[in-house]
Each structure stands twice: as structure tokens, then as C-alpha cells.
Design a protein around this ligand. Structure first.
Ligand SMILES: [Fe+2]
Ligand SMILES: [Fe+2]
Length: 187
């Protein structure tokens, strides 16, 4: 079981200074659904689902744990790199992308039986959804690239690189702990 709640993710979204982007990010967290009604999906239940079946964060609430941890890592990395390398990074886009990057996993989990029909990866689905909702191109690019070298295209911007490494590291940290008694989510 997760200790992280939706409210904790909403709190992290307060790091997004741009009011419109913050509001749009919060709306998606609070009620995620694909805007195209042609695709079947269950009600929004972000706090209940695992990150992936048989993969990392495979327990009830695994997805919110992962999103929280990844977003925190991204915020800390931005602070570090801005400080050490005197870089100016797009923190708003990165925090929005980190909070939203895996939300379409719910859609895929809702459609496991028909998964072959929906053969696109979750980052592609999420990029399409953000495009259809009019999110800034930078947020879409960071989400599209978060799979890193296992996906095409590979991360191109500093912000996409940060999300990719935070995402992979968090998945590995969870899996190295995977047999330590976490509750397995039953589907
Ligand atoms: Fe992902
Ligand atoms: Fe992820």
C-alpha cells in the first residue's frame, strides 16, 4: 500500500509557477481520462493502480508512489543543475511532465485484454492526449522522450534527460526492494 495520496501530487504541482499550466496539470491528475470517447476506459482511480503489472511499483497505489518520487527527484535535480552549471532550466514544463508522464498507464491497464488493439506505448498515448488538450510543446516533448534510449526519439533536451533518468532510477530503486514484503496488487 502507498502512503502517497493524490493530494501530495497536487501539492507538488504548486511548484509550477505558470497558473494555466498548473491548473491544467491538476485537472488531469484529479480526473484522468482520454478526451477521445472512442477509447474505452474505467473511471479515474489514480490512487489505486500499480505502475505496471509484474514490473516496478507493482502494488496498489504504486503509480502515485512512482509519480511522487520521480517529481521530487526532478525538482531536486533542477535545483542542483541550475546551481552548479548556472543553467536556466524550464522547471514548469519539467514538473508538469513528471506529474503526468505515466497517467495513460491507467488506460492501458483498463484495456489489458484488448491491449494488442492498442499497441502504442504509454508515452505515445500521453503525448497524443497532451497534444489534444493543447499543452505546451515542451511538456509534450519531455513526456514523449521519457523512455530514453529504449524509445525513439531519445531524450533531446536537458529537461527530458532529467525526467528520463529520474524515471529509470526510481523504477530500479523500487525493484531492488520488490521482494521485501510490499503488498502485491491483485487484478
Ligand atoms: Fe513511463
Ligand atoms: Fe515513469
Amino acid at each position: 500500500m502507498s502512503n502517497i495520496e493524490l493530494e501530495d501530487l497536487i501539492e507538488l504541482s504548486e511548484h509550477i509557477e505558470n497558473e494555466e499550466l498548473r491548473k491544467r496539470t491538476q485537472e488531469l491528475l484529479e480526473d484522468f481520462h482520454l478526451s477521445n470517447d472512442n477509447f474505452k476506459q474505467g473511471r479515474s482511480r489514480l490512487e489505486k493502480i500499480p505502475c505496471w503489472i509484474g514490473g516496478h511499483h507493482y502494488y496498489e497505489g504504486g503509480l502515485v508512489d512512482h509519480i511522487y518520487s520521480v517529481t521530487e527527484l526532478c525538482i531536486k535535480m533542477v535545483e542542483n543543475f541550475e546551481d552548479v552549471y548556472d543553467k536556466e532550466l524550464d522547471r514548469d514544463s519539467l514538473v508538469s511532465a513528471a506529474l503526468l508522464h505515466d497517467l495513460t498507464k491507467q488506460f492501458i491497464l483498463d484495456n489489458m485484454e484488448g491491449f494488442k488493439e492498442y499497441s502504442l506505448d504509454h508515452n505515445v498515448w500521453m503525448s497524443c492526449e497532451l497534444y489534444s488538450r493543447g499543452f505546451p510543446e515542451k511538456v509534450i516533448e519531455i513526456v514523449a522522450d521519457h523512455g530514453g534510449e529504449t524509445n525513439e526519439p531519445t531524450p533531446r533536451s536537458d529537461e527530458a534527460r532529467i525526467l528520463h533518468h529520474a524515471d529509470s532510477l526510481d523504477a530500479e530503486m523500487n525493484q531492488s526492494n520488490a521482494l521485501s514484503g510490499v503488498e502485491i496488487f491483485g487484478l
